[in-house]
Every structure is written in C-alpha cells, then in structure tokens.
Write a protein that binds this ligand. Structure first.
Ligand code: SF4
Length: 300
C-alpha cells in the first residue's frame, strides 16, 4: 500500500500516509453489511447474498447510487479479524455466498480476512462484485480466494467512461478483465438448488439515450461466448446524477430497455437476466435504513 497499484489507476499513492484516488487509506473501511435479496436469482438462494459494501471506489461515476459509501467514503474501520467474523456471521445467517462489493482497493486485507475466515469454517462461495475496472494483475490476486465474479461492463467505449466515471481507459480495462475471467473461471456453475458456486455473470446498466453504448457491450460479450450470463439492468436513477448532460436527468424509457433486451435475444445469449421497469423503487438502497434494499437485513 506504499505505492498502490491495486487498480488500473496505478496512482501510486502511499496509502499508509494518505488516501489514493479511491478516497481511502490502508485501513479496511466497510460502509455496510447486508443480507441482500436483490441480486440475480442464482446469487440469492437461501437467506440471500451476504453483501459487504466497501467504502471508497477507484471510479467516480457521476450517477452512483451508493455515493455516500463510494464517493464520500462513509463507513467504519474494521480489523481483518473482525471482517472474518462478519463473514462467518453471514454464513450462520444462511447466506448463499459472501458478496464483496467494490473490494479491489482493499484486496490484500480482504484476502487475509478470507484466509482467517476459511480457517475458522467459512465454506461459502466468495464473489467479487466489481465495477469492471480491474487490471489482470488485480484479478490474479483473487485466484484461490474468489469463486464467483459479478462484473459490470458499464460502457461500450472509453469516451463515456471518461465522461461519466472519470477514467480514460474503462472500456479497454473492463474488456480485458471480462475476457480473462471468462477464460479462467468459465461458465456459471450452480448446485442442485440453483445456487451459484463459481463462474462469471456480466452486468450492464442501460443509461438513458443509450449513452452506455449497450450494443457494443453485447457484441463484445457475444464474441467471447453466448454462454456468459448477461444481466441487463433498467434501474438507472437520475436523482443521483450530479453532472450536466440533459439526457441523464431522466430514467431509461421502456422502449430503450426493450430494444437492448431484444438485441441480447437476437445475439442468442443462453441466459439473460432482466429487471422490471419499476426496479428504481426496489433497488435504490437506503443504507441508513435497517433494510437498505427494502428487504433483507442490515448487519452493520
Ligand atoms: S486502489 Fe486507490 S490508491 Fe490504489 S491505484 Fe487504485 S485508486 Fe489509486
């Protein structure tokens, strides 16, 4: 952490002394821990997904719905041993996996926590729930520690990443990351109860006016494999948008969303997860509430 290169920004900040571009120093900072029932179906069997939301983020998305945690780095410092205990508690609560939300900038400490938790009996699949802005080097760190990969592919070009997430190379890095994980982890593997055990799911949030370039995202994924499960999301919430683009001040229209779904069907993807158009109401978190996602339970 003295010359941080944990994400593709490669600052390289000395996080033992100051925050990097991700907004956090070296101590593990957790924004919330929630039993989350709103992830894709194979991820929420049993009590739900055991989600640990880490504070700070290498991206600065202008429409982030978790901005209190990601941009303002709201959260509590936990030790590696405390984080391991929370993981075991999530397992005791019947969660189907440990869902590490935006963990990249804390990878070494989280991996040490996971090792401790495994020694103490954790046997759930562990999921990397990532913005997609990863380097191959950062993904290699998780080998032997993470089983499932829930990866955003936010934009189908670099320009939009620069405009909306303040990094110049989102599309380049995210494509490399998804291709690497597909090659390494392969298809989604589920048990007899439909619980995901390993593999890759890719998410794309459709932005108003097709700003996210969804067709390019689908074309790229289709070129890799039609067996990659794609989760196409409609939940863009303009109330979080802090920029000046006029089209971002509205929700995605049903017509826009349907066109993207139809394109995915036309490509022939074997598994497509879709959302209802009222998903904004159901998936906008309120981390101050005891039930941040409307149901499920906040542990921390
Ligand atoms: S994890 Fe943070 S400090 Fe490290 S390279 Fe990325 S943005 Fe910079």
């Amino acid at each position: 952490m003295t010359g941080c290169v944990l994400c593709p920004r490669r600052c390289p900040a000395d996080r033992s002394r100051a925050e990097g571009a991700c907004g956090v120093g070296e101590d593990l900072l957790v924004g919330s821990i929630v039993i989350h029932r709103g992830e894709e179906p194979p991820l929420v069997t049993g009590a739900g997904s055991g989600a640990v939301f880490f504070s700070g983020c290498p991206l600065k998305c202008a429409y982030c719905q978790n901005s209190r945690i990601s941009h303002q780095a709201f959260g509590k410092t936990v030790t590696e041993s405390e984080l391991a205990s929370f993981m075991l508690l999530l397992q005791d609560c019947g969660c189907s996996n440990i869902n590490l939300v935006s963990p990249t900038h804390f990878a070494p400490g989280i991996i040490r926590s996971l090792t401790l938790a495994r020694e103490q009996g954790l046997d759930l699949p562990v999921m990397l729930n990532s913005s997609g802005y990863e380097s191959i080097e950062s993904l290699e760190r998780w080998e032997g520690h993470a089983d499932l990969f829930l990866m955003d592919l936010k934009y189908g070009d670099n320009e939009t990443g620069k405009l909306l997430s303040r990094v110049a190379d989102y599309w380049d890095r995210a494509r490399e990351a998804v291709a690497y994980l597909w090659e390494k982890g392969g298809a989604l593997c589920v048990d007899e109860n439909g619980r995901a055990l390993s593999g890759l799911i890719v998410r794309h949030l459709v932005l108003p006016g097709m700003r996210s370039n969804p067709f390019a995202v689908l074309e790229f994924l289709a070129g890799l494999s039609l067996d990659i499960p794609v989760s196409i999301m409609s939940q863009y919430n303009p109330s979080f948008y802090s920029g000046t683009l006029a089209e971002m001040s509205r929700t995605v229209s049903p017509g826009e969303y349907e066109v993207v779904l139809e394109k995915a069907v036309d490509f022939g993807f074997a598994t497509i997860y879709a959302q209802e158009m009222d998903s904004i109401e159901n998936y906008t978190p309120d981390f101050a509430s005891d039930t941040p996602f409307g149901d499920g339970l906040k542990i921390f």
